[in-house]
Design a binder for this molecule. Structure first.
Ligand SMILES: C[S@@+](CC[C@H](N)C(=O)[O-])C[C@H]1O[C@@H](n2cnc3c(N)ncnc32)[C@H](O)[C@@H]1O
Length: 251
């Protein structure tokens, strides 16, 4: 089972996810080194599982994160994914009983900027072990963001694009859309489009007690977001944020 667990608030775990967790003989825990993510996952297991789960850590292979051209970046991601598939293949073979069920807990929703499904496909395509998987959706950080700002994701009959900070910097505002959701921004990618007439809806640590929300005309609040983000990052040692950029031209 590939189970979406929502963006950080244990009360945003669905009933279907809880049922899935309770069907699992083994819960695989991907070791990302982020203490906070592990704590939230453990809290969810303690709160919702009616038996003591067997938790099996999955070691994450090192990843080359050096700045590189897009083609080399794609190859580095591919290498990393394949190294993960090696680890997962052995873990599934060794740890899951025949006809047993394992759970992979995925932050937010498994279909959104997450490679769990792709790595499982890699493992399956190798053909050494046979298994099927089912995906249980979760509340994504995008939906936590729009809910907390009390806005809809799209405007009537209008298109939305979901992209990364890196792509916003490299390609600017995408053609044909009025709303852009930016994820995986290491900081300030919105500066690339600061001259456009945009409203930003920004959120950090969504669904957690540390949540921060800022919204307003991009040019007016960009500096405040950068300052608040830097302070929060300093305080917590990490930051996870996402934002919606809304073109004001079609408001
Ligand atoms: C690897 S992606 C995973 C997204 C996840 N699958 C989802 O459905 O939200 C990680 C990015 O999601 C966003 N994100 C995830 N959880 C968040 C949260 N609690 N608050 C703000 N942004 C979050 C950030 O943009 C972060 O860089």
């Amino acid at each position: 089972l590939v189970i979406g667990i929502g963006p950080g608030d244990p009360s945003q775990v669905t009933i279907q996810a809880v049922r899935g967790l309770n069907d699992a003989d083994v819960v695989f825990e991907i070791e990302r080194g982020a203490r906070y993510l592990t704590d939230v996952r453990r809290e969810i297991l303690t709160r919702y599982m009616d038996h003591d789960p067997r938790i099996v850590p999955l070691h994450e292979p090192p990843r080359d994160r050096s700045d590189q051209p897009a083609a080399a970046y794609g190859a580095a991601v591919q290498d990393w994914r394949s190294a993960r598939a090696d680890v997962w293949e052995h873990a599934i073979a060794d740890e899951v009983p025949d006809d047993g069920c394992a759970a992979f807990l995925v932050w937010g929703d498994p279909s959104l900027y997450d490679s769990t499904i792709a790595v499982l496909d890699d493992v399956r395509e190798r053909g050494h072990i046979a298994f099927s998987y089912e995906v249980i959706p979760g509340i994504s950080s995008i939906h936590a963001l729009t809910a907390r700002h009390g806005i809809s994701l799209n405007r009537v009959g209008s298109a939305v694009q979901i992209t990364t900070g890196r792509r916003l910097i490299d390609h600017g505002w995408p053609a044909g859309v009025d709303d852009v959701v930016v994820m995986l921004d290491s900081g300030g990618a919105f500066r690339a489009v600061i001259d456009l007439d945009l409203t930003i809806y920004w959120g950090a640590y969504l669904g957690t007690p540390d949540e921060i929300l800022i919204s307003g005309p991009l040019a007016e609040v960009a500096g405040e977001i950068e300052r608040v983000r830097a302070e929060a990052r300093e305080r917590h040692g990490w930051v996870m944020d996402a934002y919606l950029l809304r073109s004001r031209a079609c408001e």
